[in-house]
Design a protein around this ligand. Structure first.
Ligand SMILES: [Zn+2]
Length: 280
């Protein structure tokens, strides 16, 4: 049976400097439709807050997902352009609205995981601090993680395991979709309870691919035949079509296709528990 785990990395919850940069970028390209959108969206409701929309979509299919929450703390560095979107774009974990939705999701069958911050893949204290802070909101242990930007090195699994995570879902591609090094099923890096559940399809690499739907259907066949898990990551902020054309449509299309194949949907944490207790 085809198995599917839906997930959402929560990189951003507010649009702020993007109003200005996207406005300017499209103005320079003379794309006035987009210029108008980014200008007017400033006065409308927050376009990067899509939890209600995601919940609505998933409830309509009777499926639940995992939300990976980021607690980024990287300091602003004026002289490093790459730092800007990490530092200026970040949100505060204890934002009242966010705390409320995290608690609601956790209590209603969705899973909360940790989205390890940009530098935490190689910093045990930092990742541990983030885990504890996010756990203080849900008031119980969190077992799963995925690193921001899919940052990973040989030390990352050690760090994650040492501070008490039971599974990671960072193993995947950032520029294309499909399996990384042909790893299609969850695997045990230490031959014990710690599991890597590979990320198979991420939003932007998928949306920007040629022949994406045909390639996706082939991938589904492969996963079904090899008893893998289709792990999907659609970022929380990408569900407004005006801002991210096709993203919401394809998220729904993917769920519909999997439902057509009678797929078994569960959160990553639920799959973890089943795999470890040999029920899968
Ligand atoms: Zn991220």
């Amino acid at each position: 049976m085809l198995k599917v785990a839906l997930s959402h990395d929560v990189d951003r919850i507010n649009k702020h400097y993007q109003y200005f940069t996207y406005f300017l970028k499209n103005l320079l390209k003379a794309d006035f439709k987009k210029v108008k959108y980014h200008f007017s969206s400033f006065f409308k409701e927050e376009p990067y807050w899509n939890f209600p929309e995601i919940i609505k979509i998933e409830e309509s299919f009777n499926v639940k997902s995992t939300f990976f929450i980021l607690d980024e703390s990287i300091p602003f560095n004026l002289f490093d352009k790459n730092n800007w979107q990490l530092s200026i774009g970040r949100y505060h974990l204890f934002n009242e609205k966010l705390v409320e939705i995290i608690k609601w999701l956790d209590k209603n069958g969705w899973e909360i995981g940790v989205h390890g911050s940009y530098n935490s893949f190689n910093n045990k204290e930092l990742l541990n601090k983030e885990k504890k802070r996010i756990e203080s909101i849900v008031e119980h242990e969190i077992i799963g993680t995925r690193q921001h930007y899919l940052n990973w090195n040989q030390n990352t699994w050690n760090i994650q395991k040492e501070i008490g995570f039971k599974y990671d879902s960072t193993w995947g591609h950032t520029t294309t979709f499909g399996t990384k090094e042909d790893k299609i099923t969850p695997f045990k890096p230490f031959n014990d309870y710690f599991l890597e559940i590979p990320l198979i399809v991420m939003d932007t690499p998928f949306i920007s691919s040629e022949n994406k739907w045909d390639r996706f259907l082939e991938l589904l066949d492969l996963i079904e035949q090899n008893d893998g898990i289709l792990v999907v990551n659609w970022h929380q902020r990408v569900f407004r079509e005006e801002e991210f054309p096709e993203y919401r449509t394809f998220y729904i299309k993917i769920i519909e296709e999997c439902k057509k194949r009678n797929a078994h949907f569960a959160t990553l944490g639920e799959f973890y528990n089943k795999i470890i207790s040999n029920q899968l």
